[in-house]
Design a protein around this ligand. Sequence first.
Ligand code: M7G
Length: 331
Amino acid sequence: MADSAAKRETDSDEPDDLSLKVKRPKFDNENGRGVGAKDSEPKNILSGFSVSKVLSDSAREKNIFVHGKLADQEAVIILEKTPIREDTLAELLSGSTLKLELKNDIYSTYRLQAPSHLNEIKTTVVCPATEKHVKKYQRQESSLVEETGEDYRSITLPYIQKQSFSMQWVFNILEKKAEADRIVYEDPDPKVGFVLLPDFKWDQKQVDDLYLIAIVHPRDIKSLRDLTSEHLPLLQNIFQKGKEAILQRYNLPASKLRVYLHYQPSYYHLHIHFTKLGYDAPGCGVERAHLLADVIQNIQSDSQYYKTRTLYFPLRADDGLLSKFKEAGRL
Ligand code: M7G
């Protein structure tokens, strides 16, 4: 089993020290479909982006999701301000320019202009984006759906077989055609193996918002609904080795991790989310996240647990699956 990437990068015992050694992310090539990664882009491909609509934004999370066109293709871009890192504080304070805004008694506010390398915006580009991508990022009301095992077979399964997102990016990772240099750990076994790597939501600059995903090697498991006791060795392997690899690489013990599956996921190829406990990761709420530890126990007590149980999950107002539940009189 390959665990070449899962080795300690420093001998320090301090998680924060280790986080500073985490490798920098790299972007894929310009049209977003490429499989290579480069340290720097030769030109700013976003200078030609024309905005059609802001899909959502958040002053608190300091991000914005924008739909538009990039070289005549539909695109979604996500811009997000990144956390201020303790290890850059000294440089930030000494290397910036400071403009006074107001002074009143003991209080003063300033605008601090940081050196450009400390003032980056994490940018994600989806291009060409499908209508489904645009909907995924559009801020919308959600409704909680109640899905019995029978609903899954008669409503959800036929829908996801026709409508789900392309899984090309997943296959590129499994086949080392993309993001190969980002792999933290791999067990190549075709039955119980998986690839563990940083989720593209994580910029890897600090462990505070650590977010990795484990993508399974078997290609026939769509989601939680497919899991039975046959998959226990796979799930236990991911749980055990994923936690070990994260301890080795990021010095973060299992007790600081939230390890879970989404139901419904966006991508119907089984994958497990590893996020840092305390980080309010998108989609970690009880209406969508199922702890891997619970999943394993539930299957141990009943192999058919996830085939038969009623599962609850939120669907956005314009999700086609919600219409199917309405048409079937289930909402
Ligand atoms: P999900 O539960 O299917 O859907 O998780 P969600 O996106 O609604 O949470 C898929 C996970 O894969 C998410 O956490 C995504 O951020 C992540 N992800 C998606 N894509 C397209 C990529 C990618 O190309 N590379 C990496 N590393 N992660 C991705």
